[in-house]
Design a protein around this ligand. Structure first.
Ligand code: AMP
Ligand code: ZN
Length: 115
């Protein structure tokens, strides 16, 4: 999508602090971190939100949760201490960037419920 900020980051049209990249995903530091570790895992393909997932995206969704997040939390050494994985969806879900992204937060004690 031409005017999507996360598409532009994935295409390297906008700089980011890139942490990880493979053929289908990029991960980069959140520009406004809410925890000592705050990474966004973003599919290169433009998907607006969970609402827009299609059958064809099943492997991508599994790849993020089964491969990418576990690798990142081990690399960042927060796998044992704990972390939070969040996908804000839609207006009441707090989504501000309309390109699906997985927040990975760690390095501090999280509270519940989230605000
Ligand atoms: P959400 O509110 O769940 O849609 O999350 C969007 C996130 O993207 C927020 O945490 C922002 O701080 C972050 N963000 C927005 N623009 C950028 C950017 N250019 N680079 C890194 N993170 C960004
Ligand atoms: Zn996009």
């Amino acid at each position: 999508m031409s005017d999507c900020i996360f598409c532009k980051i994935a295409n390297k049209e906008i700089d980011s602090n890139l942490i990880y990249e493979d053929e289908s995903v990029v991960a980069f530091s959140d520009i406004n971190p809410q925890a000592p570790t705050h990474i966004l895992v973003v599919p290169k393909k433009h998907i607006g939100s969970i609402n827009d997932f299609q059958e064809v995206d099943k492997d991508l969704a599994a790849h993020i949760l089964v491969d990418v997040v576990p690798k990142l939390v081990k690399d960042l050494k927060i796998d044992e201490s704990g972390y939070r994985v969040v996908i804000n969806t839609g207006e009441e879900g707090g989504q501000t960037v309309p390109h699906l992204h997985v927040h990975l937060l760690g390095g501090r004690k999280m509270t519940w419920p989230p605000g």
